[in-house]
Design a protein. Sequence first.
Length: 203
Amino acid sequence: MRVPPVLAAALAAAGLVLGACGSASVPSPGAAKIDVDTAQLRQLKHDAGVEACKPGGAAAVDGGLPDVTLPCLGGGKDVALSSLRGPLVVNLWASWCAPCRKEMPVLEEFHRRYGDRVDVVGVDFEDPQTLSAMALVQKSGVTYPLLADPQGALVGKAPFPARMGLPLFAFVDADGKVELAAGGVDSVDQLVSLVNDHLGVGL
């Protein structure tokens, strides 16, 4: 079947948007809930050696992470983001995001080297393909804790903007204050530099 030129152009433009890892479309109100805690996901998480999610114990602060509670990807305790304190690197990623796939092994290496001084938490963002997400986790060797926001609960919740490109970093300091930065790091040294700039932690 021949595709009309106008439609072909629209489809090509849509492909470019997704290829740039822009935010996926937010499900309409009443969309089916995406289960991020199934028996299969739990087993895959266990096999990958992903660490348990660790809820924080602090109160929300101005300029901190939003008062949004996210489930742990592959089972575990829900985490209220506003309760987390740093030094902490929060990485928003998705299985459909090519730069995220390239970046995740770097984050894991950073976690292995410096996890005793700077925590790392990943958030699988606007990603309904939970099995694909966990497959990427296994392929990347990721072991740091992972939360899930499959339907974009963070969109527009300060400090997160209404439109988010991935990957995205949120650097959380010891007082809970947050600074955002674009992701896409190619090396541990590059991430160390960002941590120093945004958190003042010399590694």
